[in-house]
Ligand binder design. Sequence first.
Ligand code: E4P
Length: 220
Amino acid sequence: MKLFIDTANIDHIKEMNALGIISGVTTNPSLCSKEGKDFKSSIAEIASIVNGPISAEAVSTTRDGIIQEARELSQIASNIVVKIPIMEEGLAATKVLSAEGIKINMTLVFSANQALLAAQVGAAYVSPFIGRLDDIGHDGIAELDKIVTIYDIYDIKTEIISASIRHPLHVIQSAQVGADIATIPYNILKQMLKHPLTDIGIERFLEDWKKLQETASPIK
Ligand code: E4P
């Protein structure tokens, strides 16, 4: 399973990219608004940092408006993927845009039925929102599992991005059910790395190494 970072924060993207653990970025209007910077120039900067798919969301609500916006966004850089919400206008726009070779990430997906529809119109990616389903007492991972199973049966090429990840366990569960990608907030990527036994282990190895340096007789 590939890991993307779910943020528009340039410093966080640079940091995780330097570690070599992320292969793409997803943003959304809320994440961009949090950073308070010009949308298009931020997306251009992100696309120049990470050598992988960068999702930028279209906010138009008509078919033609979405098509125009998506064409403009796709011109920013060759690795731009346009995020389009799953709604009638979004499906109709995706059908046209996919045929033009513009990669679409169908977003705000909450059911296997919606994921099936996204595949019909040639979306390159589909983003089921796991955490938001859990938030309302549904089982996000169970819905993701259904999507993976259906896509596998019919050999559907649309890649599944497990989104709206709330904690490190969601990442493990997404991998277990076979998501292609998990898009993960910065703080959860950090949490994934941490284990108290690793910290204790490093400390102990360093102490013992220091002791060895103090006691060992020099090689003759
Ligand atoms: C996915 O691409 C979305 O940006 C994101 O995962 C939404 O997560 P949230 O439910 O934490 O807003």
